[in-house]
Design a protein around this ligand. Structure first.
Ligand SMILES: [Ca+2]
Ligand SMILES: [Ca+2]
Ligand SMILES: [Ca+2]
Length: 858
């Protein structure tokens, strides 16, 4: 392979060049070889040489989730992001919620080839400047202070750079010539200190449960010295760091499983000017080329389906002319079936792309793609590729997400029965670290921290954490009802008993799982309305040291109701003095009332005949919430956010579908065109959902909007070689691609001349592996090759939960898409959310329905 060939070549090249140096005709060649190793400041404002990018605050720390390990000085080393967090930091191994510096300004000086940033810690009135300049084969980082380190930060303020553990597993380090092994698992020394010496975490929160002892943990270095070489044996990962000051190497995972290896020097006290400097030299392999990524669907293709693989190439690489598709024959040998043209597509972000169309292959079987030396794993062409792809999501992912239930699978218990101590009224004027906020009123009959009874029922953990996020419930319930009504999914592979709150995976119980899941979501929504008075934003643990919980959900709280007459950590067996019960954030919003009304109105149809009592409750609550939301919306000063607008439309549509009452239909028809004019993307879906129940005039008027929607999305999707929407943000876009395909499906059902059937499949192809960075399926355990790690509750085990859909690719400015598969702790890349799972189930069934009807028409 390319990589092996070039790994040993730099020495040979250098010898040749020395001999040629006096020959004038080779001066140019000499220049090319030497400059290939020198960093240039490129047009995208980062340092670049072949095999290395040095980003200097191309990405900043954002205040929302604090340290996401995607900011500061970062290395993309042979196209893998291996280092982050190069910045002045106040801890040896900063955790997610430790204080982060704010970037005040960033200056890119093209003439002097320098990037300088000014950083500030507001709480300590502490400013520092970082200067990065190429030097030799590496670069220099200088820390410059105009004022000395503040007294309270002496010995604490330092320059850190963090290296990704999974990039350095099975590697050594050398420090002042002394070798060490990067620990596979953290087991280095720590000590405890009095909390009085601790730099507080953001907003007074604390990730550490000190059990009332007023202390905190300080990690001690693995080693220290002045000359550190990371992975000396590995040309792809080798990094030299030298300084006149002491450099320490830490393992951040002693404090948090998501910690990195941290290289750090403490800033000297009482000094100004350049107070610290590091020379950093990441090794680069001469003429290095990234291996091509051949994007294709790991689930395979149907015979009649369009089959286009997308080849992602190093920018120094050129597409080959042709590639081959090999088929497995009856003798068990692979033979070339097709030599197909590789069609250059052009540049997107940082790579070159080409497409490989092998649609002409229509024979069922097992295939692989051979592109030059690179051979993909095998995949199938078959008629029923979509028929089972949603089963892991329904059978495994959703049961494990179920709150208030013990969840068992064969010999394994995923979690015990959690949150029997639900829940307390959140206190006033409280801003929670997971985005929740309680305002100046409770909007309930409860006093702050008073127990709200009856809440220990139903609901799902919304993601890799363990809170109930009501809006996601609304989305899941609505989507499940649509799946139930459209496809009649009656799969039964889960035993769900609400009486004993027990779930058993892979064990049929005679009831369709999708109805049981709808019921489970509804039970919590109904409990909110009956016990609190209205749907609430969410229910979540109050302490940061609980929130980062990894493991069995039933141990995130003590499962005993809070009893203020007992001391913390004291229990009488029935209650406890530990204030760990979840809080309900209860401020009322018309937006959520409308959306809950819509979901409950829909649920009442699905639950009819399954749980009639609950179905009746659903429709009655839906009507009441709708009326009350209308009343509340009349209050002076009430404004529905731009984002929330249209929520009343969804409520009216669902209420109309359930009751057939004219008032709801009229309300819907009176406003639908206005909201479509306001935002087509946000409102087109329910306009299409309502279509089968409206007249021809509605259909022909909506057609114009659909045509326009299609034009808009076509234009947007033309910017990339995958032809689907690619979200460029800090949370991956799997759901965006899925929902785009779902909208296409809805359009196809009513306006088959406007969209192509392939526009439904292509969102699935994308999440199944035809995407940038890698060709893994983003649906855990679905397809031939899928994710090995995800940000589920089991992420500390470097594992996944089958059927979860990871968000996929995050975008790091200015041009890097990333989905790591050896590090589960990037939530934006790897955290499966329940609404994404529900939408995926719908889309997979839509594709299967189209596949079947397509087959019949042939
Ligand atoms: Ca959450
Ligand atoms: Ca069942
Ligand atoms: Ca408790």
């Amino acid at each position: 392979m390319q990589r092996l060939k070039t790994a040993c070549s730099p020495f040979i090249k250098r010898v040749k060049v020395t001999r040629m140096i006096l020959m004038s005709s080779f001066i140019l060649a000499f220049a090319q070889v030497t400059t290939a190793q020198t960093l240039i400041l490129n047009d995208s404002d980062y340092f670049e040489s072949r095999g290395l990018n040095v980003l200097v605050f191309s990405n900043e720390y954002n205040g929302e989730f604090f340290d996401e390990k995607t900011a500061g000085i970062e290395l993309i080393h042979h196209e893998v992001r291996t280092a982050t967090g190069g910045a002045v930091r106040l801890h040896h191994t900063p955790e997610q919620w430790d204080l982060i510096p704010k970037m005040i300004n960033r200056t890119v000086d093209k003439t002097n080839k320098t990037i300088e940033v000014k950083l500030r810690y507001e709480a300590y009135d502490f400013d520092s400047r970082l200067k990065v300049t190429p030097k030799g084969k590496g670069f220099v980082i200088s820390v410059v202070l105009d004022q000395p380190v503040p007294k309270e930060l002496e010995g604490k303020a330092g320059f850190n750079m963090e290296f990704l553990p999974s990039s350095y597993f099975e590697s050594n380090y050398l420090i002042d010539g002394k070798p060490g092994i990067f620990p596979r698992y953290p087991a280095s020394n720590t000590l405890t200190k009095s909390s009085s010496q601790k730099i507080p975490q953001f907003a007074g929160h604390n990730t550490f449960d000190d059990r009332g002892r007023d202390e905190y943990i300080v990690p001690l270095p693995l080693e220290s010295g002045k000359n550190l070489i990371l992975a000396p044996e590995n040309p792809e990962r080798r990094v030299k760091i030298q300084s006149e000051d002491e450099i320490m190497l830490f393992d951040g995972r002693n404090l948090g499983q998501n910690g990195w290896y941290v290289v750090r020097s403490i800033l000297p006290a009482n000094k100004t000017g350049e107070v610290l400097s590091w020379y950093v030299e990441p090794n680069t392999i001469t003429d290095w080329l990234r291996e091509p990524v051949i994007g294709f669907s790991q689930v395979g293709y149907m015979p009649s389906q369009e089959k286009v693989a997308v080849v992602e190439l190093d920018k120094n690489d050129q597409p080959l002319k042709t590639a081959s598709i090999f088929q497995l024959n009856e003798e068990g040998e692979f033979v070339e079936k097709l030599k197909a043209d590789v069609k250059p597509w052009g540049k997107y972000l940082r790579y070159n792309y080409a497409q490989l169309d092998f649609s002409s292959i229509q024979e069922t079987g097992i295939y692989y793609i051979q592109y030059g030396d690179y051979k993909t794993n095998s995949f199938q062409i078959a008629n029923d590729i979509y028929s089972k792809v949603w089963h892991p999501t329904m059978d495994v992912f959703f049961p494990i997400q179920m709150d208030h239930m013990e969840v068992n699978e064969a010999y394994r218990t995923w979690h015990g029965k959690p949150f029997a101590d639900d829940c307390l009224q959140a206190p006033l004027n409280h801003k929670h670290f997971d985005g929740y906020e309680q305002g100046a009123t409770t909007d309930t009959k409860y006093k702050p921290l008073e127990r709200i009874p009856g809440m220990s029922v139903g609901g799902w953990f919304d993601a890799g954490d363990y809170d109930i996020q009501t809006f996601r419930h609304v989305l899941v319930i609505a989507s499940f009802v649509e799946s139930w009504e459209t496809f009649g999914i009656d799969r039964d592979e889960t035993y769900i008993d609400q009486k004993t709150q027990y779930v058993d995976i892979h064990r049929p119980d005679g009831q369709p799982d999708i109805l049981q899941q709808i019921e489970h979501g509804v039970l919590n929504l109904v409990a909110q309305v009956e016990n609190i008075g209205h749907p609430v934003r969410g229910i979540v643990v109050p302490n940061l040291h609980q929130y980062h919980h990894l493991g069995d959900a039933s141990t995130e709280t003590d499962n005993l109701s809070y009893n203020p007459s007992l001391k913390p950590y004291e229990s009488d067996g029935l209650s406890s003095g530990t204030l760990d019960d979840r809080w309900a954030f209860t401020n009322r919003s018309s937006f959520l009332d409308y959306r809950a009304a819509g979901a409950l109105a829909a649920a009442s149809r699905a639950l009819k005949g399954y749980n009639d009592e609950l179905a009746d409750k659903c429709i009655n609550i839906a009507k009441r919430l709708f009326e009350e939301a209308n009343e509340n919306a009349k209050a002076p000063g009430h404004v529905m956010s731009r984002w929330g607008r249209g929520s009343d439309m969804i409520a009216m549509m669902q209420l109309f579908l359930t009751t057939g009452e004219e008032q709801y239909k009229k309300g819907f028809l009176d406003n639908i065109w206005k909201v479509l004019d306001e935002s087509l993307e946000r409102n087109i879906d329910y306009a299409l959902l309502a279509l089968p129940y409206m007249d021809e005039a509605y259909k022909s008027k909506l057609r114009g909007y659909v045509v326009k929607y299609k034009e808009n999305t076509d234009k947007e999707n033309a910017d990339n070689p995958y032809g689907v929407p690619i979200a460029k943000r800090g949370w991956g876009g799997s759901s965006v691609a899925i929902n785009w395909s779902i909208t296409n499906y809805r359009i196809l059902k009513s306006y088959p001349d406007i969209v192509d059937i392939e526009d439904v499949y292509s969102g699935l192809n994308y999440i199944f592996g035809c995407h940038p960075y890698s060709n893994l399926s983003f649906v855990n355990a679905v397809g031939n090759k899928s994710k090995k790690v995800a940000y589920g509750s089991n992420r500390a085990d470097f594992s996944t939960i089958a059927g979860g859909v990871v968000p996929g690719l995050i975008f790091l400015k200015p041009d890097y898409l990333e989905n790591k598969d050896d590090w589960p702790f990037f939530w934006g890349e790897n955290e499966c959310i329940i609404d994404g799972g529900a939408w995926y189930i719908f889309l997979a069934n839509a594709a299967e329905e189209l596949a079947k009807s397509n087959l019949k028409n042939k």
